[in-house]
Design a protein around this ligand. Structure first.
Ligand SMILES: *Cc1c(COP(=O)(O)O)cnc(C)c1O
Length: 395
């Protein structure tokens, strides 16, 4: 597949390069945990190559080292992100852990910009991986970097406030230090962070990439050099993606552009309606007037995406009444599925982060985060109106 092809074509055809040779039309699912070694010298050389972080070797040896079904997804995602390669993991958190452990081997300090996904924030804040963290804003990244800083971690759009972070500005301030962008909310359809100078792009593939709520996975798109250390960490810590997950993700990529663009169009309409509703105090969506103060849509991102957040008037109790009244939309954490999901960040996804950080990130008791799916916009709006009526009704 030529990387010059347009995203919608790449999404359908990438990772299918060996199909002709194999004589298949759909991707084979290889569930082998181990592989026959007909030639010991070749087996030994392959083991050395894979354990050293190579992407491929004549013999796959053992499924914790390499799996061809997962590798096809990795090749396809790398083409979509415009990176040399990508490395898949058992979950987004396994991917983040691998990035931090690989950074730990280069230096013991990381700089991170809040807000971040609750699990990422907690992983950094606990110091569990032996990394010291300095919390910065976009404007204080440079002064937060030290000689032993090995990674700068940002997330854009950020979870759950959907704030956009200027990747190019962070990269400029970070200088030689690699910048990791959690691009889960954007997908490569709307944002390719390496074009802005990022060294690594992380996705919780559980979300839009899988797209159907049936795979837990993570992936990091990056250079061969960074990928080598990530594969070494993956082999030793064992956070590998199951081949069935790799198969489903590869299959899901084909419809990724269609899903993301359709859900985004619906989200834009819903954001406008929420913003004009008297029971809504504030709507967080970069596609609204004033929602993108740094002008990043068009420059860094092709659209505002399919996740938004809003504050209902009346705080926690109103938010609970809202959720209880819904009939179509599912109350659940996670996002990026074909069906619309809603959740309460302060009570669920962001509960683990320090109260002070939660408040300063703008995550209040009346905030709800909506991940818009592929349903008809008017059916979704009727359900949201049901929620808003219940939220406003105190009886
Ligand atoms: C869900 C999520 C993660 C964690 O991914 P898992 O697949 O749940 O481990 C990381 N970052 C963001 C932005 C997420 O939404």
């Amino acid at each position: 597949m030529r990387p010059t092809m347009r995203p919608a074509t790449l999404a359908v055809h990438a990772g299918r390069e060996d199909f002709e040779e194999l004589g298949v039309h759909a991707a084979p699912l290889d569930l082998s945990s181990t592989y026959p070694i007909p030639d010991l010298d070749e087996g030994t050389a392959s083991l050395d190559a894979l354990a050293g972080g190579d992407e491929n070797a004549p013999n796959a040896v053992y499924s914790r080292l390499r799996n061809p079904t997962v590798a096809r997804f990795e090749q396809a995602l790398a083409l979509l992100e415009g990176t040399e390669t990508s490395v898949a993991f058992a979950s987004g958190m396994a991917a983040m852990t691998a990035c931090l452990l690989a950074a730990r081997m280069r230096g013991g300090h990381v700089v991170a910009v809040r807000p971040l996904y609750g699990g990422t924030d907690h992983l950094l804040a606990t110091g569990m991986l032996g990394l010291e963290v300095t919390w910065a804003t976009v404007d204080t990244v440079r002064e937060s970097c030290r000689d032993d800083t090995s990674l700068v971690v940002i997330e854009t759009p950020a979870n759950p406030t959907c704030e956009l972070v200027d990747i190019a500005e962070v990269v400029r301030q970070a200088g030689d230090i690699p910048v990791l962008v959690d691009s889960t909310f954007a997908t490569p359809v709307l944002q390719r962070p390496v074009e802005q100078g990022a060294a690594m792009v992380l996705h919780s593939a559980t979300k839009f990439l899988g797209g159907h709520g049936d795979v837990l996975a993570g992936v990091v798109a990056t250079s061969e050099e960074h990928a080598h250390s990530l594969r070494q960490v993956r082999i030793l810590t064992g956070g590998v993606l199951h081949p069935l997950g790799g198969y489903l993700l590869h299959r899901g990529l084909a419809t990724l552009p269609v899903r993301v663009l359709h859900a985004q169009a619906t989200t834009q309409l819903i954001a406008g309606r929420l913003a004009g509703h008297p029971a809504v105090l504030r709507t967080y969506y970069a596609g609204l007037p004033g929602g993108d103060p740094r002008g990043l849509i068009g420059r860094q991102m092709d659209g505002a995406g399919a996740v938004l957040a809003f504050d209902v008037a009346g705080g926690y109790d109103a938010a609970v009444r809202f959720l209880d009244a819904l009939q179509l939309i599912t109350v659940a954490v996670s996002l990026g599925s074909v069906d619309t999901l809603i959740q309460h960040p302060a009570g669920l996804t962001h509960r683990v982060i320090e109260q002070e950080a939660r408040t300063s990130s703008g995550i209040g008791p009346g905030m709800l985060r909506l991940s818009v799916g592929l349903e008809d916009v008017d059916d979704l709006w009727e359900d949201l109106e049901r929620g808003l009526r219940a939220a406003a009704n105190r009886d």
